[in-house]
Design a protein around this ligand. Structure first.
Ligand SMILES: O=C(O)CCC(=O)C(=O)O
Length: 835
């Protein structure tokens, strides 16, 4: 039997944060549309910056917090002089005084994070009337406190243009100044402190930036980290939110609809698919969400499975937005995010009998429930009656209230629940998995701690470890040492004679020469005079020698070097981890990622000193004058599917020669000219041509560029852009000029002072397990004295590597003996025939 309308609520439904609306018959509801938009209240614009205290700032290292805060408004400014404090323990606190000028009253907030611990600066200022006696009105008027908080950087009320929100600004919105919400009823079963941990650990949420995670036409998970825009809500059992898309920032820094949401956007179709195919999705709550009825205990908390009950179009700020209504599938148990004093009772409610009245649009014949108290509205954007109420289009700013009966509706979910409702179990190896299982893509995903429910990315090479202080949960898979032959792809045991070179040269301006040193095939690629890349191709005989590539491949797998995934210094996603694992030996290397402490050569296994010996041999074969000795070694490990994206090794602390040694699976090692250099344009769309950028042979039309640069003097930027755009028409983005295939045991030498300035490289392993050791010269004068001992190497000159020349000599002697024996056999056979 169909449930009756607007009756049957046996228990009052309590909703926090919304005015109680009296349910009335839709037909009798008065509809009062305002004649015109209410004037917008002008809010004070404050701009507080905590400079020198931005993420990664050196001022946040060594336990010292240092910040200078500025508050700016028209005719108003405030600043502190630099404030410093040393902190101990996890909750540093810092009090500083703000000097305010002509401030009437203000309260503001800024925060920053040093990559591990977030800080928030809170300040408030009070009325300071200008003294009548004409004395300076600069007075200490506010106290600034820096303390740890579970929130990311934010600057409220910052004056911004109405533009699309950058991914970064959407990740760092304003949290409430003081969270007065009650504590939650319970605890989330699964939670995370970083977006990377969340996305790497949960099968149903893999979106590093967006809010909706969908696959094969079905939404798997959705993050509620902000409020879902106008008329959105988040309650104990119900969420109404918008499908993402078409959002931007208004003048107050609030996110809102700035363009029509695309009706054909994949995410919208996915929500409809979920609804029609009865597929639930998992909602995740972020700590920036202000609509949750209780305090959010962690940065990200998994809520529960929800199902989609309605999807509709509406208008928000004059633009079309798509809304989705989601109900919790489990109505029997209290939601953990309910307020601790919530009195929504469960159990005996006959909620399914509550149904809002449905009506059909006379124009498009679509049926919908009555969603707003003010009356029934057609919510189909393709209909001419769309967003019409009482014969008029609903004006922007008109306050619509949800029909409480529509909100009270509950639908018994009779679809299938996904298998990952509770805590996803950590990955396990079964008897069917082979020995390579432990280095597959699945094994460097994250896991959920079985003790505290925290999502943890895999950070360590050898195991998963929970990062919650005091939690000792560790998870390890059985591992065995994998021989190189198991990951060498089509080559199996490798070459017995000289290896075949499969490198691809994609720019004919590169000069290629091929040579041979013993068993080593040496291929040289000259980019320009004095700047070259050399590929030393190894073979199976060299690799098998003691101290050779086979031995080192085994030792690297033992895990004594403690390879770790590092936090990337510059990434749109905070706390993003590299896809590869690494550890540094010798002098510290200021790498693109935040390397942990470097191990000294004397503390590292001796085999790494042997590695430096061999890499020094390779570099000496090709660098004619004065090779600067290597004092740093970066070990990098790759599981299946991990890689190192395009970068250069151009830190000013480094010498001009970089040598690497490869182990295990092959890697596509690609080189390209840096994009700006390639075209001369510093911005996309052929804008900001820079005549000062150097022109090398591998640039786009270098001769044309030189002529443009000669004539650039005195030209306006606009004129220069026009001239360059016309002369360099057809110029695309820089592409790979050399694809090197590095195999087990190969060396690669890059040399040239300008090499790292002009070019960049990436490493994309193509099989399951690979390591690379890269040796560099770090200028000791640029490193603090206390680190110098780490780079000291005991390279006995009597013991240096000689390219295994004797192996090749022996191979030639053996070949000669075999030839001699074969011809002796032939001679013997013909003698026998003659006899
Ligand atoms: O050989 C590799 O896999 C990458 C090494 C590399 O590019 C680096 O350490 O900078």
């Amino acid at each position: 039997m169909e449930p009756s309308t607007e009756a049957g609520l046996s228990q009052p439904v309590r909703r926090s944060g919304r005015k109680a609306a009296v349910p009335r018959s839709p037909a009798t509801l008065p509809v009062a549309l305002p004649p015109r938009r209410a004037p917008k209240r002008k809010t004070s614009q404050l701009d507080l910056t905590a400079d020198s205290a931005t993420p990664g700032s050196p001022y946040l290292q060594n336990g010292t917090v240092s910040a200078r805060l500025r508050l700016q408004e028209r005719n108003v400014s405030a600043s502190t002089s630099r404030i410093n404090t040393r902190f101990v323990g996890p909750k540093p606190s810092l009090i500083a005084t703000l000097h305010l000028h002509r401030v009437s009253s203000a309260s503001f907030l800024a925060s920053h994070t040093n990559g591990t611990a977030p800080y928030v600066a809170l300040a408030s200022a009070v009325l300071n009337p200008t003294p009548n006696n004409g004395a300076s009105n600069t007075v200490p008027a506010a106290q600034v406190e820096l303390r740890t908080a579970q929130i990311a950087a934010a600057i409220p009320n910052k004056k911004r243009k109405t533009t699309r929100a950058s991914p970064k600004s959407r990740l760092n919105p304003s949290p409430p100044l003081v969270d007065t919400r009650p504590l939650p009823w319970g605890d989330p079963q699964v939670w995370a402190e970083t977006r990377t941990d969340l996305c790497e650990s949960l099968p149903y949420f893999k979106q590093n930036q967006g809010a909706t995670s969908y696959l094969n036409g079905i939404v798997r998970g959705m993050l509620q980290d902000h409020d879902g825009g106008e008329r959105s809500l988040l309650e104990e059992e119900l969420v109404i939110t918008r499908c993402s898309g078409g959002l931007g920032m208004d003048d107050n820094g609030e996110t809102r609809q700035v363009s029509d949401q695309d009706a054909n956007a994949a995410s919208i179709a996915c929500f409809s698919n979920n609804m029609h195919s009865k597929q639930p999705l998992i909602l995740i709550l972020g700590s920036n969400n202000k609509q949750c009825p209780a305090k959010v205990p962690h940065r990200y908390c998994v809520m529960a499975p929800f199902h989609v009950t309605d999807v509709w179009d509406e208008k928000s700020y004059g633009k079309i937005a798509v809304k989705v209504r989601l109900e919790k599938t489990d109505l029997q148990h209290k939601s953990w995010w309910a307020a601790e004093n919530s009195c929504l009772s469960l159990g005996t409610r006959e909620v399914t009998k509550v149904k809002a009245q449905r009506s059909t649009c006379v124009t498009c014949h679509q049926e919908r429930p009555q969603i707003y108290v003010e009356g029934w509205v057609c919510l189909n954007r393709n209909c001419t009656s769309f967003w019409i109420l009482d014969g008029r289009e609903i004006p922007h700013g008109f306050k619509l209230t949800y029909n409480p009966v529509f909100l009270a509706e509950r639908t018994i979910f009779n679809g299938f629940l996904p298998p990952f409702l509770s805590v996803p179990k950590p990955i396990q190896a079964t008897g069917q998995h082979d020995r390579l299982f432990s280095v597959t893509r699945q094994c460097w995903r994250g896991i959920v701690c079985m003790k505290c429910g925290r999502c943890n990315s895999r950070r360590d090479w050898d195991a998963w470890r929970c990062q919650t202080e005091g939690c000792d949960f560790e998870w390890e898979l059985p591992r065995e040492i994998i021989p190189a032959s198991a990951v060498m792809g089509d080559l199996g045991f490798g070459f017995q004679g000289h290896a075949i070179c499969d490198d691809e040269v994609l720019d004919s301006r590169i000069k290629v020469t091929v040579d041979q040193i013993g068993f080593w095939r040496v291929v040289r690629y000259e980019i320009m005079p004095g700047m070259f890349i050399i590929h030393f191709l190894a073979n199976d005989v060299i690799n098998k020698k003691p101290g050779g590539a086979d031995d080192i491949f085994g030792i690297l797998q033992e895990g004594r070097l403690r390879l770790e995934r590092q936090v990337m210094k510059s990434s749109v996603v905070p706390d993003q981890l590299t896809r590869h694992f690494s550890a540094n030996i010798g002098l510290p290397y200021k790498y693109i990622v935040g390397q942990k402490e470097s191990t000294s050569f004397s503390d590292a296994p001796g085999v790494f000193t042997e590695a430096i010996r061999r890499m020094t041999w390779a570099a000496k074969q090709v660098v004619e004058d004065g090779l600067q000795e290597f004092n740093e070694l970066l070990a990098v490990g790759y599981f299946q599917g991990s890689k190192m994206g395009y970068h250069d090794d151009g830190e000013d602390t480094l010498g001009p020669t970089v040598t690497s040694w490869s182990f295990g699976g092959p890697s596509a090692f690609n080189f390209r000219v840096k994009d700006k250099l390639f075209s001369g344009f510093k911005a996309a769309d052929h804008k900001n041509y820079d005549s000062a950028l150097p022109v090398i042979g591998l640039c786009y039309k270098p001769e044309v560029r030189k002529v443009i640069n000669q004539n650039a003097n005195g030209m306006s930027q606009a004129k220069l852009d026009k001239v360059a755009k016309d002369a360099l028409s057809g110029c695309k983005k820089s592409s790979t000029f050399l694809k090197m295939k590095l195999r087990h045991g190969d060396f690669m030498v890059m040399h040239g002072a300008e090499m790292q300035k002009y070019t960049e490289h990436e490493s994309v392993p193509t099989d399951m397990l690979r390591f690379a050791l890269t040796a560099r010269h770090v200028k000791p004068e640029m490193i603090t004295q206390d680190q110098h001992h780490k780079g000291v190497l005991d390279l006995d000159p009597m013991n240096s590597y000689d390219g295994d020349l004797e192996l090749y000599e022996e191979f030639k002697r053996q070949q000669a003996r075999e030839l001699e024996a074969a011809s002796a056999r032939r001679r013997g056979a013909s003698d026998a025939i003659m006899a």
